[in-house]
Design a protein around this ligand. Structure first.
Ligand code: IMP
Ligand code: MG
Length: 185
């Protein structure tokens, strides 16, 4: 894999801006869910850094669970539209105030699928918190109750988002220069 500096077209959202926004979202969520019935569901793998930072900014008692879904294969940069649950929750969500935490809503297929599936389990409430919203690419209509940033139609990486599984660790959101990028073998 190339050094990220060689494939970075621009930093779209820097670390300070990201952290400030996560803090704001955390305050808002703390105020909206004061009674300790909140369950954050992190969608693996991209949602992890956001979940961890967000959870630390939520001051009301809450629990966390994880779920793995995939609609992308390595090397593909388009949602296939078919979503698969690779790892289900450990928690019974019936009667819980569920908040789905996602890195990005792109076509919307992933969230649409997960919402439909979780709704059948009768949570008390079910909402979506997405760090990034790439609305231009939307194909499925999905609600986003908490939105970090609206972004243009560009392929981004860092802060949970990967390019062929690399660079989820970067503390900022960068735009990939697809002219310079060579996928790893
Ligand atoms: P959707 O089903 O098309 O909304 O796709 C959502 C998933 O695709 C996200 O959770 C990401 O894992 C991935 N994804 C979409 N856009 C990007 C991007 O620009 N960079 C990295 N991953 C992306
Ligand atoms: Mg994701």
């Amino acid at each position: 894999m190339q050094d990220y500096k060689d494939i970075l077209a621009e930093i779209l959202i820097d670390e300070k801006t990201l952290q400030a926004r996560v803090k704001e979202l955390g305050s808002q969520i703390s105020a909206d869910y004061p009674d300790g019935n909140l369950l954050l569901i992190c969608i693996l793998r991209g949602g992890v850094p956001f979940l961890v930072d967000l959870s630390r900014c939520i001051t009301s008692p809450h629990t966390v669970d994880y779920m793995a879904v995939s609609s992308y294969g390595v090397g593909k940069r388009e949602s296939s539209g078919t979503v698969r649950v690779a790892m289900d929750l450990q928690t019974d969500i019936q009667g819980k105030d569920v908040l789905l935490v996602e890195d990005i809503v792109d076509s919307g297929h992933t969230i649409a699928y997960v919402l439909e599936m979780l709704q059948l389990r009768q949570p008390k409430s079910l909402k979506v918190c997405a760090l990034l919203d790439k609305a231009e690419r939307r194909e499925a209509v999905v609600p986003i109750h908490y939105r970090g940033f609206s972004i243009p139609n560009k392929f981004v990486f860092g802060y949970g988002l990967d390019i062929d599984e690399y660079y989820r660790n970067l503390p900022f959101i960068g735009v990939v220069d697809l002219k310079k990028y060579q996928p790893p073998k």
